[in-house]
Write a protein that binds this ligand. Sequence first.
Ligand SMILES: [Zn+2]
Length: 61
Amino acid sequence: MANNDPNLVLEARIKKGVLRIGRKVEVNAFCSKHLVTVSNPHIGCPQCAAERPGVRDLFGE
Ligand SMILES: [Zn+2]
């Protein structure tokens, strides 16, 4: 599981293209804690990742 950020808010919007073709789903990610837009929802908020306990453990304290 790449994204376990509890503060991450995902918002999916279906955009209708011209003449009903080219319809696509646009996903916006937003961190409710840091109030920043997350460019990559799969990675999550970089600030949350930096604060998350356990990250230090991964790098051997
Ligand atoms: Zn955050």
